[in-house]
Design a protein around this ligand. Sequence first.
Ligand code: FAD
Length: 409
Amino acid sequence: TAHIVIIGAGQAGVQTAEALRAGGFAGAITLLGDEPHGPYHRPPLSKAWLAGDIGAEQLVMRAPEALARKNIALRTHTQVNAIDRAARQVKLADGSALSYSGLVLATGSTPRRLPLPGGDAKGVLALRSRMDASAIAERMAMCIEQQLPVVVIGGGFIGLEVAATARKKGLRVTVLEAAPRLLGRVLAPLLSDWYAQLHRSHGVNLVLGAQITALEADRQGTVSGVRMADGTLHPAALVVVGIGVSANEQLARDAGLACERGIVVDACGRTSDPVIVAAGDCAARRLPDGSLLRLESVQNAIEQGKSVAAALLGQERPFTATPWFWSDQYDKKLQMAGLSGGADQWAVRGDMDSGSFSVYHLRAGQLLAVDSVNASRDHLQARKLLDAGVSPTPAQVGDAAFDLGTLLL
Ligand code: FAD
């Protein structure tokens, strides 16, 4: 009998289950998640939820009843320990097994740990799950009460969002970034500089090119500060580590599926096993040029979820839309469309000093990506330009009087 088992009850897992039903799949669907919570939204964990602007009920992505109505069986607290491909079964932590006719790997990713002495001291926390976020919120509350400082290690999106939220709450915050600029792999240099300035203007002590040697702890094993190569100590009662994630691929690897910094899939999310697909943060898509692309975003999880559901129903639905992403820091909403790697030229639309503008990334005259700050109209238009493969010239980008939309006509 047809039974699709989905490992991971996050964004990609839920999307896949619902897309299977929308696509007419009438067999059984079981959604397995190892967390205590049903499906929830992760993005607010570093933003509105951590700031206290929204409550726990607003994190809920799908209530269990909503899934039940679609005849999707959700099991929380349920960890899959192994996949037996020959028997087409998954082995659960409680020793039981579940048979599948199709299997979806939607296991997400895990924050990288700090490979430094003291990196496991109490109060050194990463942010991925609701439990992680609660632990950070609790410690932040203590830091507020006792006026203790916070250090964020890593100037990526999660680190910077946590720093912005901590500043909003009035905490003393230091951000330590090893690279010479913020978000160096995704932003144009001028936008990295703009974000550095934004955080400094909000009172963040931002250290670029930071060389950390160790985390120091008190006698109870609680973190007390971050020691730098030059001897400086940044005192901290809470250290939030945001130095990237790695794909949760161990299950797939143990089952003999191809993995390379992620579970290797084609444009439709198929693995090397015809009845196993993978979607979301855990999946690394093989591109036509042979390289691998692994994205960590809500849109990617949703689109890949739709693709793998279609693949299991025997249809081709490659994910071809322009990738997009957002990040909220202070009162600034960054919206990114496209992938900017390899850009050799940048053009700005709008006035960076005004706080509302967009940066266009080009390579050999071709538009690769657009990063918009408080400029949603530019962002939506950029997705259309990128979908259509239409490139404005740098002069057209810089000319506010020129309507880029006319290029789409
Ligand atoms: P997940 O949502 O992580 O779901 C995977 C689930 O599988 C997890 O619940 C995990 O516990 C479970 N699991 C793993 N292994 C097993 C197993 N063996 N058995 C059972 N269950 C298992 N993206 C954006 O686009 N914009 C943002 O602004 C943004 N902000 C973010 C802020 C934070 C703090 C975080 C953490 C992420 C943010 N993201 C953002 C990224 C986005 O949330 C992820 O890309 C998205 O959640 C990926 O979905 P997924 O289903 O692949 O993984």
